[in-house]
Design a protein around this ligand. Structure first.
Ligand code: NDP
Length: 461
């Protein structure tokens, strides 16, 4: 693959990250057969592109391209979210689908990788129009998915409301009630903890990093945590951080960022969650909701949190891809960041990853190191609980909140341990006074799991 002028820049970036982790390890020297997997796994098994057209509230026809990239089913039925956002295109969905293959392998459950979506802006549209859009999208998608074939979930722009409309449309088109989507409502097949899962899981993974690096001496308590985004992932990450005694110093949206020296409160996060369903901006929410009036919340228009948050111990990007640039990564390191864990997919640019990885690999001691992990490992809590939702649907049972949360936590820690083990087994690094690379660990551990399944089934020979 040429990387000089990529036709699909986001996909190329995701592909290059995996390749660089694999080639900068001893994997291909120790087991050369794995080299054969790369060209095969990088091509999706199937790409479906279709026309979605609906009548808007003004009585006009609108049209947008819909997609489903069914990337790899060696490890189980295709599984991955649907993104409804104006930026959706094939490069973005291929990057997300490619990442999803490896993320799903790290959950320890049997799921293949996929991603899909629609290039549409839902902001400002009525519930009725959103229902018509979901109906039209599912009219075509319903031909290609099923509980044993492909089980989509939400992503940016697709939350509980949209999953409901999509599920209702599937049921109607196929005359079949099945666990074909995850993130469903609690009284119609959904799992407890699914809405919370990505944010909570991110915090559990980060807690495992803190435990390992400080030998159990430190936790989130008292730490200053910069979070970006204010959607599903950011909201529940913030609530879990606050529950564990951390200070959430920032949140953001596509228009700007808010900052609090004393820490954004759980009530404020709840108010944001309510208002975001109605597409309000953070600027509007801070101005309109009474929970914000007494607190010293600073709003900066057009800003991302990283250079404005003051001293930062932990950074959790939770908005979108490439949301930390190289310069912002440098600013975070200068602000004292020690742990960076992505809630978003590919939250850091390659330049930012280089800054974080250099601040780790060249550290003279563990306390002076910066430890970074990509979303593939740290944000897999969502798809993990989606996998548990599928298991509950198959058995027609509902597990308790405690059971699901315990399983989520256990599996996030298992994933962390798998990343450490793979990084240590295949490391080429000579500096032993620092921490292992979690980027490489996540890429190596997941690649080997997927590759082995592909060899066994004759996908690669
Ligand atoms: P939401 O739609 O609930 O929230 C997205 C948030 O990011 C909003 O605050 C939105 O701002 C902001 N945002 C979106 N696009 C941009 C942009 N281009 N620039 C700046 N801010 C932006 O999505 P989720 O919380 O579900 O997803 C967030 C990230 O987490 C994504 O990268 C997603 O792929 C990833 N993820 C999500 C999972 C899930 O279970 N939901 C699972 C694993 C990963 P605004 O409110 O103004 O639109």
């Amino acid at each position: 693959m040429s990387s000089s002028q990529p036709i699909e820049p986001e996909f190329q970036q995701a592909y290059d990250e995996i390749v660089s982790s694999l080639t900068d390890s001893t994997l291909f020297e120790k087991q050369p057969k794995y080299k054969k997997v790369l060209p095969v796994v990088s091509v999706p098994e199937r790409v479906i592109q279709f026309r979605v057209t609906w009548e808007n509230d003004k009585g006009e026809q609108e049209v947008a391209p819909g997609f489903r990239v069914q990337y790899n089913s060696a490890k189980g039925p295709y599984k991955g979210g649907l993104r409804f956002h104006p930026s959706v295109n094939l490069s973005i969905l291929k990057f997300l689908g490619f990442e999803q293959i490896f993320k799903n392998a790290l959950t320890g459950l049997d799921m293949g990788g996929a991603k899909g979506g629609l290039a549409v802006d839902l902001k400002g549209r009525s519930d009725n129009e959103i229902r018509r859009i979901c109906n039209s999208f599912m009219r075509e998608l319903s031909r290609h998915i099923g509980q044993d074939t492909d089980v989509p979930a939400g992503d940016i722009g697709v939350g509980g409301r949209e999953i409901g409309y999509l599920f209702g449309a599937y049921r109607s088109y196929r005359n079949s009630w099945e666990g074909v989507l995850t993130g469903k409502g609690l009284n119609w097949g959904g799992s407890l903890i699914r809405p919370e899962a990505t944010g909570y899981g991110l915090v559990y993974y980060t807690q495992a990093m803190i435990d390992y690096a400080t030998k159990g001496k430190e936790s989130f308590a008292g730490k200053r945590v910069a979070i970006s985004g204010s959607g599903n992932v950011a909201q529940y990450a913030a609530l879990k951080v606050i529950e564990l005694g951390g200070i959430v110093v920032s949140l953001s949206d596509s228009k700007g960022a808010i900052f609090s020296e004393t820490g954004i409160t759980a009530d404020q996060v709840t108010a944001i969650a309510e208002a975001k369903i109605n597409f309000k901006s953070l600027q509007q929410i801070v101005a309109e909701y009474s929970v914000f009036t007494e607190d010293k919340i600073k709003y900066i228009d057009g800003a991302r949190p990283w250079v404005h948050a003051g001293k930062v111990d932990i950074a959790l990007p939770c908005a979108t891809q490439n949301e930390i640039s190289g310069d912002e990564a440098k600013a975070l390191v200068a602000a004292g960041v020690k742990f960076v864990a992505e809630g978003s997919n590919m939250g850091s640019t390659p330049e930012a990853i280089r800054v974080f990885e250099t601040a780790r690999s060249t550290a003279s001691s563990v306390p002076s190191a910066v430890w970074y992990v990509g979303g593939k490992a740290s944000n897999l809590g969502g798809v993990l609980v989606s996998g548990l939702e599928m298991a509950q649907n198959s058995q027609r049972v509902s597990w308790t909140r405690e059971t699901v949360d315990k399983e989520l936590k256990k599996r996030m820690i298992n994933c962390f341990n798998d990343c450490i083990e793979a990084a240590e087994t295949y490391s080429k690094e000579s500096n032993t006074s620092t921490l292992p690379s979690l980027v490489k660990g996540a890429n190596l551990a997941s690649f080997i799991k997927v590759a082995d399944a592909m060899f066994d089934q004759g996908d690669v020979f």
